[in-house]
Design a protein around this ligand. Sequence first.
Ligand SMILES: CC(C)(COP(=O)(O)OP(=O)(O)OC[C@H]1O[C@@H](n2cnc3c(N)ncnc32)[C@H](O)[C@@H]1OP(=O)(O)O)[C@@H](O)C(=O)NCCC(=O)NCCS
Length: 143
Amino acid sequence: MTRDNLGAALKIRIRPEQEGTVAPVERSLAEAYASRETAWPRLICDGEEVVGFIMGNFEFDSPIDFFQCGIWRLNIAAEHQGKGYGRFAVRELCEEARRRGAKRVTVLWEEHEHGPEEFYLKLGFRPTGQVFEGEIVAELLLD
Ligand SMILES: CC(C)(COP(=O)(O)OP(=O)(O)OC[C@H]1O[C@@H](n2cnc3c(N)ncnc32)[C@H](O)[C@@H]1OP(=O)(O)O)[C@@H](O)C(=O)NCCC(=O)NCCS
C-alpha cells in the first residue's frame, strides 16, 4: 500500500452476490492501522493495475491458535476474479508465513451461497472442526 495506490485500493469491489463474504477494503485498512503490529495488508497488482487485496494476521503469541498466523481478508475485484489472482495472493501470504517460521496458515469463512469455501478447499485448506462466531476454521499445513 502506498499513497499513490490508495485510491485504486478503495475502488476494489467484489461481485454483488458475494456481499457479506468479506469486509470492504476501507474497513480492513482501518483495522490494519489499529493492528499495526500484527496486520499484513497487501495489494495484488498485475503490472500497474490493482486487482485485489489480501491481509494476513501474524500474532504468534495469540492464545487463540487460529489467530496466530492466518488470512484475515481477501478481496479480488469482480472483473478480475477467475484469473488466478486469488491463488497467487494466498501463495504469497503463505511464503510470508514461511519466512516468519510458521508451519501452518489458517482462514475462517462463513457459509454463504457465494462464499469462498470451494476456492480454499481447492487450494488445500481443510476444516479443523472448529467454528468461531459461526465461521468455519480451516488450515493449510506448510511444507
Ligand atoms: C474467493 C476469491 C478470493 C477467489 O479469487 P479468484 O481470483 O477468483 O480465484 P482464482 O482465480 O485464483 O481461483 C483458484 C481456483 O479456485 C477456483 N475457484 C475460485 N472461486 C471458486 C468458487 N467460488 N467456487 C469454486 N471454485 C472456485 C478456480 O476455479 C480456480 O481453480 P482452477 O485452478 O482449477 O481453475 C474471490 O472470488 C473473492 O474475492 N470473493 C469474494 C470475497 C471472499 O469470499 N473472500 C474470502 C474471504 S475469507
